[in-house]
Design a protein around this ligand. Structure first.
Ligand SMILES: [Zn+2]
Length: 102
């Protein structure tokens, strides 16, 4: 089994002309700068992803709060409707009770 030696630097998009050329490229300043650039870009992408996730988490928690608030309002309205029905039922039965017989 022969070891596969890469014939090019994928980061710099450079084709190695020889083994010495490969060694020279990998220890050269151009390659190092490219590696630093790639790492910096990766880090920036990671930071951007993190802040996007944080924004989504904030929105989710705001939405969750809004839903809870709406549920509270809805429950209060249901309770109000329930009490109104009870009151009007009581009124109706009272007025029936005191309705003069014609
Ligand atoms: Zn390179």
């Amino acid at each position: 089994m022969s070891e596969q030696i890469e014939d090019r630097c994928e980061l710099c998009n450079v084709k190695y002309l020889s083994e010495q050329n490969r060694t020279a490229h990998l220890s050269g300043s151009k390659h190092r700068k490219t590696v630093e650039k790639v790492i910096t870009e990766d880090r920036e992408r990671l930071d951007a992803s993190k802040s996007a996730v944080e924004t989504m988490e904030r929105r989710l928690s705001n939405t969750t709060r809004a839903v809870e608030d709406n549920e509270n309002v809805l429950n209060a309205q249901r309770e109000e409707i329930r009490l109104t029905r009870i009151r009007s039922k009581n009124r109706a039965s009272k007025s029936r009770r005191f309705l003069p017989i014609s």
